[in-house]
Design a protein around this ligand. Structure first.
Ligand code: SAM
Length: 388
């Protein structure tokens, strides 16, 4: 899509083309294109409407019903913050008294729109003209244009000091190069991003969940967020926005664990129950805090499985009941699973180099029973914890 096609999609003819395209999504693309052309829709508009209808359908997972009114590019959608995450961030900014926000690298506007939904006045920029135009179109579609000003500009040109707070979500992928691991290769680059809290104390940085804790600015809070058990992002909350050194947030429930991120959990034996913590808890280095909450312990200081002797209900981990603990041996594990008639296994691992799919093949399972095979280490030794 280009700027001209986006503009034509926003006309009454474009809107009609989009409705027609929505009606034929999911059918053979050639048939869909000819159905639209049969209605007199010019080929370029028909193609753009079909692509848009397809992207809107894919975007439902991130934006729910609102996706049906939004405009996307494939890259913009991939990089966009899920609405549930953006809404929570915006509510936190609002609760901290933020009334004006600069969004540097706004993409198609997910974070900017969420802030505006909280009544925050947003100045959003994106260096890419089409992406900036998408953000503007999305603000208009959401009826939020009065609160969101979008400009196509380089983040470096924004006088951020004029705003209560600044938010930056740098581009961490590049066409043809995939994910960029080196923060200096992000756009805007890390040097620019890292200097923002010095200019605007209330800065929030959205980053990849694998971000190195060492990059956390002094005194800032590192927050890791998961949605339905998938780790989706890290955010650094700087200056007065920091409340705890580390925080794990589980969405959509909103459950949180906080702490220092440097506590060590007690270490003991494998218990009757094994807890596999949510990845946000693990990445935020809050396993000790989680273990304390359920009165649990590790069986190896380096491995983030937590054990208890009594069953404890928790939203922060998957709980499994331990049936057997054995030193890792393919032969012994295979014999045990045969004896129990286990034909299906779920394989989890931490601290094991074994390839789960290879192990599944090597186990040559038979039977109609089911078990969880946890490959791990106990006091440094490769161990299998078999669970129900
Ligand atoms: C990860 S995306 C932002 C996604 C956005 N938060 C959302 O939820 O839709 C990063 C955006 O930054 C933009 N960008 C990259 N470098 C920039 C720069 N120097 N100035 C302004 N925008 C930039 C890219 O065009 C891209 O749209």
């Amino acid at each position: 899509m280009d700027l001209e096609l986006l503009a034509s999609l926003r006309t009454p003819e474009g809107s009609a083309a989009l409705s027609a395209a929505t009606g034929v999504t999911g059918v053979d693309p050639l048939a869909a294109a000819s159905a639209l052309r049969a209605r007199g829709i010019p080929a370029p508009l028909a193609a753009a409407a079909l692509t848009q209808a397809d992207l809107r359908r894919r975007a439902e997972g991130k934006f729910g019903a609102a996706a049906a009114e939004m405009f996307f590019t494939r890259a913009g959608l991939e990089q966009a913050t899920r609405a549930v995450v953006a809404d929570r961030r915006a509510a936190r900014l609002r609760a901290a008294g933020v009334a004006t926000l600069a969004d540097l690298g706004c993409g198609l506007g997910s974070d900017a729109l969420a802030a505006a939904r909280q009544g925050i006045r947003v100045y959003a920029v994106d260096a890419d003209p089409l992406t900036a135009a998408l953000a503007e179109a999305n603000a208009a579609a959401a009826g939020l244009s009065a609160l969101v000003t979008v400009e196509c500009a380089d983040a470096a040109s924004v006088e951020v000091e004029r705003f209560d707070a600044v938010f930056a979500d740098p581009a961490r992928r590049r066409a043809g190069r995939g994910r960029l691991m080196d923060p200096q290769a992000w756009s805007p680059p890390w040097d620019f991003i890292a200097a923002l809290p010095g200019r605007v104390p209330r800065t929030v940085l959205k980053l990849a969940p694998g971000i190195d804790h060492a990059l956390l600015p002094a005194g800032a809070e590192g927050e890791w967020v998961s949605v339905d058990g998938d780790l989706v992002e890290a955010a650094f909350w700087c200056g007065p926005l920091a409340e705890f050194p580390r925080r794990a947030v589980l969405l959509p429930s909103g459950g949180e664990v906080h702490g220092s991120g440097v506590e060590a959990a007690p270490v003991g034996t494998v218990g009757r129950f094994l807890y596999d913590p949510d990845p946000a808890v693990v990445r935020s280095h809050l396993v000790a805090e989680f273990a304390a909450e359920i009165g649990g312990r590790l069986a190896d200081p380096q491995i983030a499985y937590v054990y208890t002797d009594e069953s404890v209900d928790t939203a922060f981990a998957r709980r499994l009941e331990v049936t057997d603990v054995l030193p890792f041996s393919l032969k012994r594990l295979r014999a045990l699973l045969r004896e129990r008639h286990v034909g299906r296994v779920e394989i989890r691992k931490r601290g094991s180099a074994l390839e789960p799919e290879q192990l599944r093949r090597d186990l040559r399972l038979r039977g109609d029973g089911w078990a969880s095979v946890v490959l791990t280490r106990v006091a440094g030794a490769p161990t299998v914890v078999l669970c129900r």
